[in-house]
Write a protein that binds this ligand. Structure first.
Ligand code: HSE
Length: 432
């Protein structure tokens, strides 16, 4: 029998406990191991979580769990980067295997935690830290181990995907939809982590570490959120044949790795464009396998619990077959280096607020030309001689550094009213 202790009895803790209790038989059948939920620790042991626990397993003291020599696997579901870090390092130092869903912690202190686990020769499972129920960690580490990963990108935050989907369907403003999402429980009271792309950036740092090594951290990820997106840009994107998504992108180009999270226009015929609402999807391109796509729920008690329990089952199998450490967690392996955001190349969508009079377009296109930015198409909306109208420009691939310099110059023109908007565009050149 393998004994499990859960620390943190919140949403994911409850889902994990209920799967361990209700699916104990199926887990036993599949793994040949009896996986027993022995202890759950949480500061709040009073609140009814709607789940019937065996008597006496709930405790308010984490030590009761960490000091129990019969517990093999400790599941950290507290979240955050302080107490959770202490708990994990303590569990590791006591020789316990650890499972965590904590992306913020791994994206911030991953190297230290993986090193500690390696030293103690214990397992560290983190399937639930990225894209909830989608087994993407296993895909990259095992299923696609034969491949050089060309690109990993996806929609890995359900909250922002829900908001962008609603803004698209209802042509609604960001702030309105955010309020509705908060009412429905899809967004937190303080939505900063989600809407500013921080949650996606945490998850991307983990995916990139798996795909490209060494351990990338949140600091390596360029990040923009979605709070500034206007329904007008979503509508122009639609007219041009694109959907607007918050993409987390890790890509190898010129031997370096680009890591970025930002609103992105994706060709509407791409499968990932059809991933709506709170759903997540991750695209992985390998040199041998080609394009692959994984879709599912990225959050919630049961989907995330499903990922946590899959790690528990893997570790239990490794314990009983004496193959702990089967998959290396070495954080010091030499990996690819990071590409500076300035050097990243992308296609771009620009929306200028330009005065409607002769010669304006040539002035703008002159500056773009000077910076080697080539135009694919232009749309001008409305006709208001002498007044500002939206002027939309789509470009071929250009360098970020050149785009920023060109926009600075364009924003200074007297014929441009207000700051110009730019959104990066994904898709292969020539795809449309
Ligand atoms: N708010 C996050 C999401 C939770 O929607 O994806 C899971 O990380």
């Amino acid at each position: 029998m393998i004994n499990v202790g859960i620390i943190g009895f919140g949403t994911v803790g409850t889902g994990t406990a209920s799967i361990l209790l209700n699916n104990r038989d199926i887990l036993r059948e599949r793994t040949g191991i009896d996986i027993n939920l022995r202890r759950i620790a949480d500061l709040d042991i009073k609140r009814d979580r709607g789940i019937k626990l065996p008597k006496g397993i709930l405790t308010a003291k984490t030590e009761e769990l960490l000091d129990d020599p019969d517990i093999h696997i400790v599941v950290e579901l507290i979240g955050g980067t302080t107490v959770a870090k202490d708990v994990i390092l303590k569990a590791i130092s006591k020789g316990k295997h650890v499972v965590t869903a904590n992306k913020a912690l791994l994206a911030t202190h991953g190297a230290e935690i993986f090193r500690a686990a390696g030293k103690q020769k214990v397992e560290l499972g983190f399937e639930a830290s990225v894209a909830g129920g989608i087994p993407i960690v296993k895909v990259i580490r095992e299923g696609l181990v034969a491949n050089r990963i060309r690109a990993v990108y996806g929609i890995i935050n359900g909250t922002t995907n829900y908001i962008l989907t609603k803004m698209t369907e209802e042509k609604a403003e960001f702030s309105e939809v955010l309020k509705e999402a908060q009412k429905l429980g899809y967004a937190e009271a303080d939505p900063t982590y989600d809407i500013e792309g921080i949650d996606s950036a945490h998850k991307l740092a983990i995916l990139a570490s798996l795909s490209y090594g060494p351990r990338f951290s949140i600091k390596d990820v360029y990040r923009e959120g979605i709070s500034w997106i206007s329904p007008m840009d979503i509508e122009f994107a639609r007219e041009l044949g694109y959907k607007l998504k918050l993409l987390a992108i890790a890509k190898e180009s010129d031997g370096k790795v680009e890591l970025r999270v930002h609103p992105t226009m994706v060709p509407e015929e791409y499968l990932i464009s059809k991933v709506d609402g709170v759903y997540n999807a991750v695209y992985v391109e390998g040199d041998a396998v080609g394009s692959t796509l994984y879709y599912g729920r990225g959050a919630g008690d049961m989907p995330t619990g499903s990922a946590v329990v899959s790690d528990i089952a893997d570790i239990a199998r490794n314990i009983v077959t004496n193959s702990v450490g089967r998959i290396s967690l070495d954080p010091s392996r030499k990996g690819k280096s990071l590409m500076k955001m300035d050097d990243v190349q992308s296609m771009y969508y620009f929306r200028f607020s330009a005065i409607d009079k002769p010669g304006v377009l040539s002035k703008i296109s002159g500056i773009l030309g000077k910076y080697n930015i080539s135009i694919v198409s232009v749309i001008q909306k409305g006709r208001h001689e002498g007044k500002a109208v939206p002027l939309v420009v789509l470009t071929h691939r250009a360098k970020e550094k050149n785009v920023l310099a060109a926009l600075k110059e364009i924003n200074r023109l007297s014929i441009v009213a207000g700051k110009s908007v730019f959104i990066r565009v994904e898709g292969k050149e020539g795809d449309r």
